[in-house]
Design a binder for this molecule. Structure first.
Ligand SMILES: [Fe+2]
Length: 201
């Protein structure tokens, strides 16, 4: 007897060993930039509640030094042919009350997305993935059957434990959001996000 889970949504989680070093090197620089130009926003982020700006050269280097090998691990897992790609990275800063509404990263030839948790207070929410195919759980709910299988959850909160130093990879169509922190605090939630886009030129 076999249960086949067909067409699952896949996300990837990896701890970056140098996460303390990365935080020490970048957290205060990012917060200083945020404080000096809190009105600055990437052109595509004008309606976003959080502070999002395009990454500078030093932050772009993080992709090459730490994240790229994980992107190749994804390509290998999914048996991609050799893909020529470029990377667009940006920085996200949240105060305790900041949030990101549910969205995805489709477009611009994006084939894979990532987010690195550079600074995450215990009161901050991590990234939450939304289950977009809730049909079976709806059926069970209507019949008052409480099933606990991970494929029947509304979202990833009870499946993924994301902490500071974790890199998360996910496909562009996978909807996700970030709620505000569970309690008021004075710290800043900092993440580095990126889209891996197929290069044509
Ligand atoms: Fe996103």
């Amino acid at each position: 007897m076999t249960f086949h889970q067909i067409f699952p949504e896949i996300v990837y989680q990896a701890r970056i060993n140098d996460y303390e070093l990365i935080k020490e090197k970048f957290a205060s620089k990012i917060i200083n930039r945020y404080k000096a130009s809190s009105d600055e926003k990437a052109p595509w982020a004008t309606l976003c509640n959080t502070w999002q700006v395009n990454a500078d050269e030093q932050i772009n280097q993080l992709f090459t030094d730490y994240f790229q090998e994980h992107v190749y691990a994804w390509f290998k897992e999914f048996c991609f042919p050799r893909v020529d790609f470029k990377v667009a990275s940006w920085v996200n800063v949240h105060t305790w009350e900041s949030y990101q509404e549910t969205h995805y990263h489709m477009g611009d030839h994006c084939i894979l997305c990532g987010t690195y948790n550079l600074q995450l207070n215990k009161k901050d929410s991590s990234l939450i993935f939304i289950n977009e195919v809730p049909d079976y759980q709806d059926v069970l709910c209507q019949e008052n059957i409480k099933a606990e299988h991970h494929s029947l959850k509304d979202d990833s909160r009870k499946i993924l434990d994301i902490t500071e130093g974790d890199l998360i990879l996910f496909p562009p169509h996978q909807k996700h959001c970030v709620p505000c922190a569970s309690e008021k605090h004075d710290g800043y939630r900092i993440t580095i996000s990126f889209n891996v886009c197929k290069r044509y030129e």
